[in-house]
Design a protein around this ligand. Sequence first.
Ligand code: ATP
Length: 266
Amino acid sequence: MSEESQKREDVKICIEHLDFSYSGDQKWESKVIADLSLSLRDQEFLTIVGASGCGKSTLLNIITGLLPPSAGTVLLDGKEIRGPGPDRTMVFQDDAVFPWYTVRENVAYGLKISGTSKKEVEQQVKYYLDLVGLSECADYYPRQLSGGMKKRVDVARAMITQPEVLLMDEPFASLDVMTKQRLQEQFLNIWNETRMTVIFVTHDLEEALFLADRVAVMASHPGRIVSIVDVPFGRPREKDLKTSGEFQDLRRKLNYIIDADQSETV
Ligand SMILES: Nc1ncnc2c1ncn2[C@@H]1O[C@H](COP(=O)(O)OP(=O)(O)OP(=O)(O)O)[C@@H](O)[C@H]1O
């Protein structure tokens, strides 16, 4: 296989010249996203940062298939995305757990409705509860869990259906610093085992750098990618990385890119 076709095979998501406006009006000033191009390799971990309102959630909703592009193409494995599908799952900032189900039932939900056999559901639920460290709490109801535990239920619920692409919209934003750090490390461990393609939106630059292979910086009015920063740190990563000089230099660089863009748009 030529190098060029190998590269094409490795591309999981390919977005080209994407435009989107909520009104359907395609004038430049009414576009939420304009001429956005981005591609992700299979099993890549990409984080997206950018000012509030620049279109990050809108972009995730387009990739999920909940919003159709106004123009341009969004391809998954070379095929146009025409709506939601089992190959993509979204984790939101707010908990999506069902309060009337136990932890076990919440985690099992996605597999059950897909018609998986009872035995297989039980095995998979056990595996994912172990993975997120909630085996001991399998019979608890969400009201008996902390915020971080509920988030882990969310992550297990999203992963159990084994989507090829996991879209995460500020999933840890509501957590305190310590819980967030712990979940970031746990999530990276889980991702190391499952290796799905991840797009993770966050406002937290340290989180963006700590998790990602690459960080995409979005700008507003209209939403577009202004820079992509390669993250050079190996894996596995531990929290001490955040205090290293190289990490802090990269954080400053990201800050600088975002500030430069914002001062241009003010
Ligand atoms: N349903 C909608 N109808 C009309 N406009 C919308 C709708 N949802 C979002 N917008 C607008 O689209 C723009 C982008 O919103 P979006 O939520 O994608 O931004 P974001 O970067 O995710 O913001 P934040 O970081 O604050 O979550 C904003 O100007 C917002 O007001």
